[in-house]
Structures are given as C-alpha cells and as structure tokens.
Design a protein around this ligand. Structure first.
Ligand code: URP
Ligand code: ZN
Ligand code: ZN
Length: 466
C-alpha cells in the first residue's frame, strides 16, 4: 500500500477551510486530521509533501473542453496528450470533453472515435459529453444507452446552421428523451439562423475584421435563444444547462427561470470574466485570437457575470478550451471573420484566474472551489469521487501557493498553442504540486506525469436533480 502525507496546509473545499493533514492511500483520500493532533502526529507515510503556507485543494474539474475538435476546416491544436498535460500544470485533474457525432453518423461512432483519441494519451482523468449534430429517430434511441454507459449529458447547438445546428423540433425531442433518462441537455444558446443573416450583411458591407464577429453575434440573440431553450425544456419536462453564458441579458433569462424554481443551470468561462470586445478590436488581426462563440462582450457585462456567480444564478466556470494557433489557423479568417475558427485556449489558466478573482474580491475562497471543482463534479455526476477532499474521494489534490506571482504567457504555458489569451497578465497564486489519484504529476513545478495515467471516468446523472 502506498501512503502519501500532505502536511501543514490549509485544506479548502466548497464547504470548509481547515488546517489539516491529509493522508492518501492507494490513490484515494484515506483521512484528514487536525494539524498537530495526536492522530496526525502518528501518521507515517512513504512520502511526505510539505504544504506549509499553502492551500490544499481538490483538483479542478473542467467540464467543458474540446481537445482535437474539428472546426472550420481545421482541428483544435491541443491533443488529449498536450491538453491534459496543460490541465495538470494548471491544477485541473479531470476534464469533461465533448465527443462529436457527425451528421449522418451514429452517436456510437462519434463516441468510439473520441474514446480512441483519448485512450492511453491522457495525463489526468477524463469523461465525455456527447455533441448531437444530427437528432433523428435513430440517434434519439441511442441516448439512453449512452446514459447507461456514463455519458450522461448531451450538447445541442442553436447556432452554427449546417454544422452542429438543431432546430426547435429536434431540440424538443432530445429534451424529451433526456428528461426521461436523467440525461442533461447542454445548450449552446445563440440564434444561429438570425446570426447568419447578420454575418452575410456585414460581409457585404465590407466588415471583415474580427471585431465584427462580436457585433453580429448580438447579446439579444443569445438572450432570445436562452429564453427559447428554457421554454422548450419546460415543455419537455427536462433540466437544462446553458454553456458559455456571456451576455447579461442571457443571464437574466436564467435568473428568471431559476426564480421560478426551474431546474435550469448556467456556466460561464474565464474569457467572459476577464476579456472583452476591446480584445476583439485589437488591430492587425490580433483580435482573431479572441474569436469564440458566444463572443466576448463589452466590459459592462462582466459585473453581471460576477454577480451571477455570487448569487448562484451561474453555478460553474469551465474553460470551453478550444485552442487554435494564430499562425495558420486563426489566419484562415483573414479578410472574412466568419472563417476564423471559433475558440480560445484556457484549460491551464482557469484555476489561477479564479484565484485572482478571490484576490480581487469577486468571490470567496470556498466559492472558488465550488464553481471550479465541486459543482462541476456534482453537475456531471462525478461527486464525491471528484471535486472534494474527503475520505474515499480520489486523491486528486493540488498544493497551491497563494502568494506566488506569475505572468501568464505563451512563452511559459504548456498548452499547444502559439499565443496566450492573457499574455502579460500578472496573477497572484500558482499551482505547486498536483496529485492525480495519488500519483504526483506536478512536483514542485516539474512535470512528473505521463500520458496514459489518466483514465476514462463514467459519470452518474446530474446530482442536482434528485
Ligand atoms: O468558440 C467556441 N466556443 N468554440 C468551441 C465550440 C463551442 O461552441 O463550444
Ligand atoms: Zn458552444
Ligand atoms: Zn465548447
């Protein structure tokens, strides 16, 4: 039996902060004991990790990543190998990625393709949601089988007509099936049909720069789609999780639904909290680095998102990590913003940026862990195996130095992408050591992990519904 002891730190979970030593046995948390107690003093271990003046945190759970996503004629530049290694560097020990069903193909085929991409390559544990690009009788029949297999959430798109898009009838049908099986529908809520009209009109006027991506994807069209998704989910009697909420008006729709007691949930991402349309407007095509959907919004929306995170109208912060290199990938959209592949890198930065939010006074320390670890684990059926530090949980643990300062940069990050969306930003706090199921994968800022350590984690259904 391998025993590791983490001594002297402040253990922070979503519910508690305690000065405690943590005993890890065979990949799991075995016990916590108050610092200095007889119990803690009596523990022996093969390895002792000193966490004096450090936080001891549950490993981050990033419930929205897109390793190797095919998009706009190219692929997201992080593979499961590079992307999960970067996740480990950033203190994230579980990702939930999106397997993609191609139009005309089965869910099974899409899922098997994603199993094959990830198998043997991951540095940390992983699970899958299923993107449904083609809702039809056959794929609806497949949904309950996937839920049984631990793929308990399905992403639908009200955006991207001709690619991932589902119409309202398809959405309603998928929601009806999900409602009956405990599956959770995740919605990309933007009115893609209306947006495509505005894209065409903008391009016809010669408005080709990246900033027009933000202008055509209007906040009202995010709000309208969010409202419609909520009403469809009410009709279907199914829960709803809206991904990458960026507009204050869309958040207001979620808040109103939650005030009615509806099982409606929302996620936002660091890019919407820290970046804005000012970035999209950067000259010399630099704005393309910030093209994602939903788009970055004017700065004024950020206060509403922070408030939503404090009031629990938003429950989760995920990254929507979907990196494309500036050179050769974002550049596909020079002269036509609609051809810029959509997505931003961030899997390595989320825990640090949210710690900066603690330092800045936006959220409390426990709320940091709640929105980044515990709630995503509960939302997607992984708790308490993931998302907390408690006896029996996987020993996914981060020793975090809250006083270190670092400058975020492509020069030093580990994501396979040639720019950082946060280039030059100084943040306070840094991951020092990371355990994944008891194995040290980052050791005092040295990578000691390996591709293949991470395993697939089948998920239970959403734990906010029962
Ligand atoms: O711009 C984004 N968000 N790219 C990834 C695909 C998606 O819609 O989540
Ligand atoms: Zn999306
Ligand atoms: Zn996404």
């Amino acid at each position: 039996m391998t025993r590791t002891l983490i001594r002297g730190g402040l253990v922070v979970t979503a519910s508690d902060e305690l000065h405690a030593d943590v005993l890890v046995e065979d990949g799991r948390i075995a016990a916590l004991a108050a610092r200095g107690s007889d119990t803690a003093a009596g523990w022996t271990a093969d390895r002792v990790l000193d966490a004096t003046d450090r936080y001891v945190l549950p490993g981050g759970v990033d419930a929205h990543t897109h390793m190797e996503l095919p998009f706009g004629g190219t692929f997201a530049s992080d593979t499961f190998e590079t992307g999960t290694r970067a996740a480990a560097w950033g203190g994230t020990t579980t990702i939930v990625d999106f397997a993609v069903q191609s139009v005309g193909r089965s869910l099974r085929e899409g899922l098997d393709t994603w199993y094959a991409k990830a198998d043997g390559n991951c540095a940390v544990d992983y699970a899958f949601h299923m993107i449904m690009s083609d809702v039809n009788e056959a794929t609806l029949r497949e949904m309950p089988k996937l839920v049984e297999e631990g793929i308990t959430s399905f992403k639908l798109f009200m955006a991207y007509p001709g690619v991932f898009y589902s119409d309202d009838g398809q959405i309603l049908r998928a929601m009806q099936v999900a409602g009956g099986t405990g599956g959770l529908i995740m919605m990309h809520a933007e009115n893609g049909i209306a947006i495509d009209v505005l894209v065409e009109q903008a391009l016809a006027r010669g408005e080709t720069d990246p900033r027009f991506h933000g202008e055509v994807r209007k906040a009202l069209l995010e709000a309208e789609a969010t409202h419609r998704a909520i009403q469809l989910s009410r009709v279907a009697g199914s829960p709803l999780y809206v991904v990458h909420v960026s507009a204050e008006e869309a958040l207001a729709e979620l808040a109103a639904a939650r005030d009615l007691g509806l099982p409606v949930f929302g996620e936002t991402c660091p890019q919407y909290l820290f970046l804005s349309t000012d970035n999209l407007a950067e000259p010399d095509f630099e704005g393309s680095k910030y093209v994602c959907s939903t788009p970055l919004r004017p700065k004024e929306h950020q206060a509403a998102l922070w408030r939503g995170l404090r009031t629990n109208d938003l429950q989760v912060v995920s990254t929507d990590h979907c990196p494309f290199c500036f050179t050769g990938q974002k550049e596909l959209g020079r002269g036509d913003f609609s051809k810029i592949p959509n997505g931003l890198p961030g899997v390595e930065n989320r825990m640090d940026l949210l710690h900066q939010a603690v330092v800045d006074g936006h959220i409390s320390r426990r709320r940091w862990i709640e929105i980044a670890c515990a709630t995503p684990a509960r939302m997607f059926g992984l708790y308490p195996q993931k998302g907390t530090i408690a006896p029996g949980a996987d020993a996914d643990v981060v020793i975090y130095d809250p006083h270190a300062t670092q400058v975020l940069s492509a020069e030093t990050h580990h994501m396979n992408v040639d720019y950082s969306a946060y280039e030059g930003k100084t943040v306070t706090g840094q991951v020092e050591t990371v355990l994944s199921r008891g194995e040290v994968v980052i050791d005092g800022r040295k990578y000691t992990g390996r591709a293949g350590h991470g395993t697939f984690v089948p998920r239970a259904t959403c734990q906010y519904l029962s």
